[in-house]
Structures are given as C-alpha cells and as structure tokens.
Design a protein around this ligand. Structure first.
Ligand code: AMP
Ligand code: MN
Ligand code: MN
Ligand code: MN
Length: 283
C-alpha cells in the first residue's frame, strides 16, 4: 500500500513564507499532497483560509502552528496539529509569544547599523505580510536584496545566529506552556526538526523526556531540515520515547526552500504516523 502523501509543516505570508495560504494549497495539491497543514510561526491567523483552500483543492487538512520555545537556553520549535484554532488559551499564549518580536527586531536593526548596515528594520518590514509577525527571515530577505549577502543561508551564517552581529537573544514560550496550549485545544504537540538544535546528548534526552512527560505526542522524523541519516536517528527516538512520527517539508518560498511541498521520502513503515492518531481531527 502506498503511504499517503502528508505534508504537515510549511509557512505562509501570515508568518515568514512568501506564498499565501491559497497559493500554498494549490502548490501542495499540484505536488500530490493529500493531507496538509499550514504551520505558521506563533500565529493561527491563516488557519481558516488554509482550511478553506485545502477543501477547495480536495485535500485533507489538519490545523497547524509552530510555536517558538526556549529550552535549556536554546530555541526549540514545537509544532501543534489538529487543535481548535479558536481556543482562547492558545490564542492568548501565541499573542504573548509574538509580543517580543517588535522590540527584538528594532534591536536587531540597531546591532546591524553598528556594523554598517543601515535601515534594516524598515527594509525587513517591506517583506512582512503580517504586522504581528516580524522574523529573522524578513531581515534575511532584505540583506539579500541589498546585496550584503548572496542568499538567506549566507545571511544567517554571517549575521543572524548566535555570536554574530545581528543576533539578539530572546526568551520565547516555556515548553510546558506550548504543549499545554496545544493539547488543551485538543491537538497533538510535535517536536519540530530535532536535528537542528545544538544540544548535548544529555540536553536532548532531557527535551524528549520532559516533552513526553508533559503530554507531547510526536516528533518530526522526515523533514526538509533532516538528512536521511538524521531521519534514521529520530525514527529511533520516536521508538524509544513512544512518540508518533510526523513528516513536513518546512517549505517557505519557491526561491529559498530546496525541499518543495510534498516532495519528501516516506516515514519508516513501522512508525505510527501522527495522522493516524489525529484521524478524527482531519477536516
Ligand atoms: P525567528 O523566529 O525570527 O527567530 O526566525 C526563525 C526563522 O528563520 C526560521 O523559522 C527559519 O525560517 C529561518 N532560519 C533560521 N535559520 C536559518 C538558516 N540557517 N537559513 C535560512 N533560514 C533560517
Ligand atoms: Mn521560518
Ligand atoms: Mn522551525
Ligand atoms: Mn518551520
């Protein structure tokens, strides 16, 4: 039996993607996606449009979000799937999580000005689709446009990551709060792209252990951020911790993302896919 083509991680203009929910839905469908979720950063404002667009394209839909969390002094992303997007705890928690982004962006701009890059805040704003959500990605696009860097990856390496001039440390939501907002709204919490975090083995073990104890349900095994070996490693972690497995491209933009919607390898056959657990939550 062919496994279903599920893509449960991507971004629209409601966060740091360059396509609208409708454009993403059409692109997902054209690439053969059968079950889709839009997972904007810290924001569920695109969910109704995404759900309607998925229905118009004849795809199944799970509500989605990607919450920024601080764990062991590192930023960790927790994806939520299949929740009620109108849950007041979730909506208020996300609003609080987004709150610091404006001041952080202004500070990033001041730091960049000190190394000779002027007007980065105003420049980044031109790329912002949702005034509540300014992210490093928008700065990256401005720095590419202004010729400072050749691509967004280069911007992150040279300017926007820890120890680099435009990096401003930030405290996001607590792991327990993010998991509670999602599960309290009837959804499943999923650890996003675990290979991306710079954890020691002990810290990583602590993340999985605490996440599981808090009621977390899944982990991304196959993602645009993982190599084939990393997928094997986190399939092992899903087995060890009894977590369901998710699959998502983390698509942001046709020009920037090298993995397109729906174009991912299948999950290892013995794992329980998150969409099996969330069957009742599919629209
Ligand atoms: P923020 O939430 O403002 O800290 O921005 C995080 C976003 O920046 C991520 O969701 C990615 O879209 C993007 N990002 C982080 N690291 C990189 C990288 N090395 N190359 C390209 N984009 C990145
Ligand atoms: Mn992003
Ligand atoms: Mn992420
Ligand atoms: Mn993402």
């Amino acid at each position: 039996m062919t496994p279903i083509n599920a893509d449960l991680h991507c971004h629209s203009t409601t966060s740091d993607g360059t396509l609208t929910p409708e454009e993403l839905a059409a692109r997902a469908r054209a690439n053969g996606v059968e079950l889709w979720a839009l997972t904007d950063h810290d924001e569920v404002g695109g969910q109704q449009r995404a759900m309607a667009a998925a229905q118009a394209q004849g795809m199944g839909y799970l509500t989605g979000v990607e919450i920024s969390v601080t764990f062991a002094d590192e930023t960790v992303h927790i994806v939520g799937l299949g929740f009620d997007p109108e849950s007041s705890d979730l909506v208020e928690g996300l609003a609080d999580t987004r709150d610091g982004r404006g001041p952080r962006a202004r500070e990033m701009s001041e730091q960049l000005a000190k190394v000779g890059i002027e007007g980065a805040y105003e420049g980044a704003l031109k790329y912002v689709g949702n005034p509540r959500l300014i992210s490093r990605t928008h700065f990256a696009r401005f720095l590419v446009e202004s010729g400072v860097c050749k691509d967004t990856g280069d911007v992150f390496r040279r300017y926007l990551t820890e120890g680099k001039p435009g990096f401003v440390p930030h405290r996001w939501a607590k792991l327990g709060d993010a998991v509670r907002w999602i599960t309290g709204a009837g959804g499943m919490a999923v650890i996003a792209h675990p290979a991306r975090y710079k954890f020691t083995p002990t810290e990583e073990y602590a993340l999985f252990t605490e996440f599981k104890a808090l009621g977390g349900g899944g982990v991304e095994v196959v993602t645009g951020s993982h190599t084939a070996q990393e997928a094997v490693r986190y399939a092992g972690m899903a087995r060890e911790f009894g977590l369901a497995a998710s699959r998502g491209s983390d698509f942001h933009s046709p020009g920037e993302s090298h993995i397109d919607l729906g174009r991912l390898p299948p999950l290892p056959a013995d794992l329980t896919p998150v969409w099996t657990v969330l069957q009742e939550r599919v629209h």
